[in-house]
Design a protein around this ligand. Structure first.
Ligand code: MRU
Length: 314
């Protein structure tokens, strides 16, 4: 991804310190700061506290986290407890256990994640017509995948087609600001909107397609993604707008038959309340929701596009 005109990844292994370096996503877009993780505990902190976030990037951070630990089984247990919904995390941990937690294995895991995202870009850009106005939710860009992104990879590749991106703000963690920051670095025209404005722009005929990422995809193609994705999918269907999900194979969980069985992470109430000086008796903060496959036009993967409607579901 471009950062101040230079190519940069959202995380990388630093040979000099023998540690993992990560762009601290909690500080963006206000400040570009690098977080050093020198132990398995620091990597697990970085994942839990969302220094690094986005399913594929969490998996890549975990891969390097395994390198930093002497006891790989214990490291796997620590990492599995960080965030429950992103399948890539568990996929990466299993891959590292199968490969003795070596640095070479972690490098190859990360390189293959980046390559899958580049291919998602190549597959998905063909769906984007000249002048398209695309809505996206959360951040499924290079920050969330180390490079390229999933939902943002096709958008990056189609950037010379006079496209425009509607960026949902994505309460409560505001990952839309990260998307806006990435698009700005790439010179891609976009507007940040409040989450509850998406339906308005759809109904006014100002959205041609939706592309979002995914945290876990059940075997019936129900998709868990950032909270608020489900309502965007329903609104898209109501307004006749194609709704695409972009995700690598590592996000598919064959072991889960349908989306209702996906574990949804519930995060701290403080994430919701910190912008106002009022503390209600109860706050709920689910970080993800599930979009049933019937709302999904296509899932863009590195191997082509899956059309859930062509498959036998349930
Ligand atoms: O809580 P987050 O910020 O980790 O959630 C991220 C998302 O929901 C992304 O859309 C998803 O991980 C896909 S990232 C390519």
């Amino acid at each position: 991804m471009l950062v101040e005109g230079e190519e940069m990844r959202s995380l990388w292994w630093d040979e000099e310190c023998g540690c993992l370096k990560l762009i601290d996503q909690r500080r963006l877009p206000f400040q570009l700061k690098i977080f050093d993780a020198e132990s398995i505990e620091e990597v697990s902190y970085a994942i839990k506290k969302m220094v690094v976030r986005g399913a594929p990037a969490i998996g890549c951070a975990a891969a390097y986290g395994m390198v930093l630990a002497d006891d790989k089984e214990k490291a796997a247990r620590i990492l599995r407890r960080t965030r429950p919904t992103a399948h890539d995390l568990f996929y990466a941990i299993d891959y590292m256990l199968e490969n003795e937690g070596s640095l070479e294995a972690a490098h190859s895991y990360v390189d293959s994640t980046i390559e899958k995202c580049r291919k998602i870009g190549e597959v998905g850009e063909k769906l984007i017509a000249q002048g398209s106005r695309i809505l996206t939710h959360c951040n499924a860009g290079a920050l969330a995948t180390v490079d390229w992104g999933t939902a943002l990879a096709p958008i990056r590749m189609a950037k010379d087609r006079d496209i425009f991106v509607w960026v949902d703000e994505t309460r409560p963690r505001l990952q839309g600001l990260l998307t806006s920051w990435e698009l700005k670095q790439e010179g891609i025209k976009h507007a940040l909107i409040a989450d509850n404005a998406a339906g308005y722009f759809m109904s006014m005929g100002e959205v041609d397609m939706v592309i979002v990422g995914a945290d876990r995809i059940a075997s019936n193609y129900d998709v868990a993604n950032k909270i608020g994705t489900y309502e965007k999918a329903v609104l898209a269907k109501e307004n006749g707008i194609p709704f695409y999900v972009a995700a690598p194979a590592s996000t598919f969980d064959e072991g889960i038959s349908d989306g209702r069985k996906i574990k949804i992470e519930e995060r701290d109430a403080e994430e919701v309340t910190k912008i106002f000086d009022y503390v209600p008796d109860e706050v709920r903060n689910p970080a993800f929701d599930v979009t049933p496959a019937k709302y999904i036009t296509g899932i863009i993967t590195e191997n082509g596009i899956i059309k859930p409607s062509d498959k036998v579901l349930r």
